[in-house]
Design a protein around this ligand. Sequence first.
Ligand code: ACO
Length: 331
Amino acid sequence: MTGVICGTGACVPDRILDNNEIAQFVDTSDQWIQERTGVIRRRIAQTETTASMAAEAGRQALEEAGIRPEEIDMILAATATPDHIFPCAACEIQERLQAVNAVCFDLNAACSGFLFAYQTAQAYITSGMYRTILVVGSESLSRIVNWEDRGTCILFGDGSGAAVLRAKEGRNWIPAAHSDGKGGPALLCPGPNVSGNGGNLPGSDSAEDSGLERTGITMDGKAVFQFAVRKVPEVIREVLDANGLSADDIDWFILHQANRRIVESVAKRLKTDIERFPMNLQEYGNTSSASIPILLNEMNRKGLLKKGQKLVMAGFGAGLSWGAAVLEWGI
Ligand code: ACO
């Protein structure tokens, strides 16, 4: 038994923020951003929320799959930017979809989130525990970006993508995934301040400045770049070897859409034609856990994915964390 994707969906905010508009509030230019990252514009959530976008993406995926909300056994939401610390985003999605029989929880692995959630869903399905799982990647990164830091604010965007997996007879592909907590400082966003003696008890030092710090995302861009171009080809080779495949057997490599130079470098290191590495980061920027399912949905809806084609999905990001999965397209 394996989990086969039988429907996809995506939802991005209406508001478009292009490079020229960013150049009005930080010292940068459209040319610099495009040359270094490939990004031209991104979407910014205004009325939309992490859960509202995810529910819409999930609704589309269920519609395509012909699955009723009450048939879903589990909703797994990959997000680093839930609307609330609790309840989790997955429970909010459940409520919006009326997926009353689903067990729901979030998974935060930053930009590896969708890939890790997909692998988690596969584990539940292959164990026989659940049959129908909605996996969503959804982010409102614009809320945690430091809009005064030109080194990071140019990169990110908001959006959501979803895939619904159903148990079917088929091959169980061996996954690959890794983490390295030593690399944490390279890409960081502080959460509620729990430092200082006495925790946040009234009267303690840290009580006064508890709550979210305002530094937003900080990043050592060069370190992240070097990590990605070294580890992503490595983990793709690992997953191919584990499944007795070569890069030539793969029709599409669906990579996390961090930036164009990373994707190009991975294709080159794998000695693989760049045409098999689709990109849409020029339109959406880096949407973290949402980037893989948004791209998957776009390709699905354009009819580029054919039944029986083999895909590799690869995620990488903060943690540091990285991983890859092989799948056979089933729609
Ligand atoms: N506009 C103009 N100049 C800029 C900007 C900007 N937006 N940002 C930085 N600069 C300047 C710097 O200040 C520096 O100036 P200096 O030489 O006078 O000091 C110069 O440009 C070069 O800066 P670098 O940081 O060396 O630029 P680099 O070529 O490394 O590009 C970038 C920066 C695009 C962030 C690159 O490091 C990168 O792509 N890193 C990968 C990070 C990434 O993709 N993160 C995404 C999140 S993680 C993930 O999804 C995996």
